[in-house]
Ligand binder design. Structure first.
Ligand code: FE2
Length: 409
């Protein structure tokens, strides 16, 4: 089979995000003969980051899959190689209720592994219509909702988990953190991340998105150099974290059209030459501020919009997880594995500690002003959602005289 056919994802139109119908997969062994990560690229407007599933070999024989990705022929082939050595997929964990970018792959993945049980986070919902899981393709005869008590699952000999479930009024944010006890590895989905300083391997396979974002204007050539790949990655991270970073402006329409007309590359892939972004000179400081954080942190969207909706639920969850024994964390995006202690995991959530009213200084290298400035768009988004009655005002009281950048204060 050609590489193109191997990487084909026919259901791309269900959630039309880059790279659409061509999705490469990179498998990496994280713990010898025991844990593997599978990564694919994933994003919007070439703001592409890795999306990751994790596979764990079971002592009882077979495999457990956490947070499945698109089952392209290449991905399934890489899975079959593991199955040939270690046994069939026995359990698939659908670890989130709100992460559409993860949910969309679970049913198609499960269809390729018809003997596997599918265990889902509670409070599943869908948008725009709230459909039952079976309508979304989940096979009802082998799909289960994870019980509150992890001891009631058939994989409790090797794993335990803790779930957070936050009511967002129109839906919920639920996430399952799963601990593989023997390797002391914590699997999470969106809860915490760490930013890699350079482009991940999966994005180096097709560097076009990196080069796209490395330009200053549409008149610049798309040059494939290590410097441009790095610069593109740094800017992509800012888009992925802040949606509209404060250090980027957009060109006026007239100028945009004029430049597109004169652009050296007017291909469809390059949006016919259209490139609206104008990066201000200090943009690199914004990247350095997040890339210098050596420990896991909560992404700004969760920090601002989601977790403050129920701080005590999030803190209880983090406390529960922090009482476990682990030495590394594998999230579904950005860096993995992250070397981190339970205390460091807990510290990522200390912005929710209202009682202290002044969170401890966690990230001395972080810059509060920069984080506050870069989160402006998310804060505006929050205000709009509250006004439209889509979101509720946060229960978390912000520290007096400061804004919600308290994570980094
Ligand atoms: Fe996600």
């Amino acid at each position: 089979m050609s590489k193109k056919r191997e990487q084909k994802w026919g259901w791309w139109f269900l959630l039309p995000l880059y790279p659409y119908q061509q999705r490469a997969t990179v498998r990496q062994e994280v713990v010898e003969d025991t844990i593997w990560t599978f990564e694919q690229p994933h994003g919007l407007l070439y703001a592409v980051v890795p999306i990751r599933m994790t596979v764990v070999k079971l002592k009882q024989g077979g495999l457990l899959v956490y947070c499945p990705i698109a089952p392209t022929p290449e991905c399934v082939k890489l899975m079959r190689e593991l199955e040939a050595r270690y046994g069939e997929v026995k359990y698939i964990i659908h670890s989130t209720s709100s992460g559409l970018e993860h949910k969309i792959f679970v049913a198609p993945f499960a269809r390729r592994f018809p003997q596997a049980q599918i265990w889902c986070a509670p409070s599943q919902w869908s948008f725009p219509l709230n459909l039952p899981l079976s309508w979304l393709g989940f096979p009802p005869q082998r799909t289960y909702i994870l019980p509150e008590d992890w001891r009631e699952t058939p994989f409790s000999d090797e794993f335990k988990y803790a779930m957070v479930n936050i009511d967002l009024s129109k839906g919920s944010f639920a996430e399952v953190a799963l601990l593989h006890k023997s390797t002391e590895t914590l699997l999470v989905t969106d809860a915490v991340i760490k930013i890699p300083p350079s482009p991940p391997a999966i994005l180096e396979l097709n560097p076009f998105p990196l080069l796209f974002h490395a330009r200053e204007t549409a008149l610049d050539k798309l040059e494939d150099t290590p410097e441009n790949r790095l610069k593109g990655w740094q800017r992509i991270c800012l888009f992925a974290l802040y949606f509209r970073p404060s250090m980027v402006d957009t060109a006026p329409l007239k100028q945009l059209l004029k430049e597109a007309f004169n652009a050296p590359n007017r291909s469809r892939e390059n949006y016919f030459g259209a490139y609206p972004f104008r990066w201000q000179s200090g943009w690199k400081q914004s990247f350095d501020a997040i890339a210098s954080l050596e420990k896991p942190f909560v992404a700004p969207i969760l920090e601002t919009l989601i977790l403050p909706q129920n701080p005590s639920a999030a803190i209880n969850w983090a406390n529960n997880i922090a009482s476990w024994q682990f030495k590394q964390i594998i999230p579904a995006h950005f860096s993995a594995p992250i070397q981190a202690t339970p205390l460091e995991f807990r510290q990522a959530f200390s912005f929710l500690d209202i009682e202290s009213n002044r969170p401890e200084k966690l990230y001395p290298s972080g810059n509060q002003q920069i984080f506050s400035r870069d989160s402006t768009f998310i804060k505006q988004l929050e205000a709009t959602l509250i006004k439209l009655n889509i979101a509720k005002p946060p229960k978390l009281k912000r520290v007096q005289g400061e804004d919600n950048s308290s994570l980094f204060s």
